[in-house]
Design a protein around this ligand. Sequence first.
Ligand SMILES: Nc1ncnc2c1ncn2[C@@H]1O[C@H](COP(=O)(O)OP(=O)(O)OP(=O)(O)O)[C@@H](O)[C@H]1O
Ligand SMILES: [Mg+2]
Length: 305
Amino acid sequence: MEPFSVNSLIADMKKMLLRLLGEDVELLTNLDAEPDVIEADIGQLEQVVMNLCVNARDAMPEGGTLIIDTQNIEIARVRQLDTGDLIPGRYLVIAVSDTGFGMDAATRAQIFDPFFTTKKEKGTGLGLATIYGIVKQSEGGIDVQSAPGKGTKFMIFLPSSDKPASAKPRDTQPGNLPSGSEVVLLVEDDATVRNYVWRILESYGYHVLVATNGVEAIRLAERSRAQLDLLVTDIVMPLLDGTEVYKRLKRTYSGLRVVYMTGYVEIRDSKMNELTLPKCGRLVTKPFRAATLLQAIRDVVECRE
Ligand SMILES: Nc1ncnc2c1ncn2[C@@H]1O[C@H](COP(=O)(O)OP(=O)(O)OP(=O)(O)O)[C@@H](O)[C@H]1O
Ligand SMILES: [Mg+2]
């Protein structure tokens, strides 16, 4: 958690969002000139904004307009939001509105339920459940306005902080994030992380093969017979862990590079200190920002063994 200004995060994300949204969706931002500082994990907040924008895009298959706005508000009396009561105080509200097909009441009642999706196999139904968890953890709340054919507006309320914003978000990379066209095998058992990374990689040009565990990854690599440049994998997974997947694949794909993704807890609790990274390998710690992952990928792909 660190204190920061949300405007700089949204400004940083703009290029990535434009890629995600595609040509048919117009992106507008209307940011409060002096938004209150909030305390959050930047990587998590980036995921919140990204999940909302992807949902908005999915609701506008024929194109439309997406607006992100930020605003400070003072709440004097307990306010009822879709996610429960919000206690009085000062909040920063991040709103994401779309001109998409909207939702009926029955859908709206279930959107925060884990695995609730109207997108069949294409959705995990974890996007909003994840957002809910992150927002609740910061003692914020969410309100939704939507009607069939009338578009949707998600409002995320986050408590304002008195702390000064840290000079710049840690690993900010304003401007263009590096893209690539390599073939990447993504292995991750956590559906939320998997989808988040998958979307980032695809919108930055990579050809992505996806597996939910190590065994599936090996099978996929054997069957595909395609060239395989890079493995992006979780480390601690049931059946076969990420380091083992790398070792086995390396026998067939000798030039294979690797980026490991892992959580703090996993590093602390497991035999992670025994992990030896190959010379052209990197480790990114969850939750990470898109910029961190994209840069790690370029580092390993361009590394000379
Ligand atoms: N902006 C929106 N417009 C219309 N419906 C929405 C919008 N955002 C969410 N929904 C509805 O809420 C459901 C749950 O959203 P959630 O993000 O949790 O999962 P998903 O988008 O279906 O799957 P995933 O996030 O894994 O792609 C969606 O399937 C959709 O029916
Ligand atoms: Mg979603």
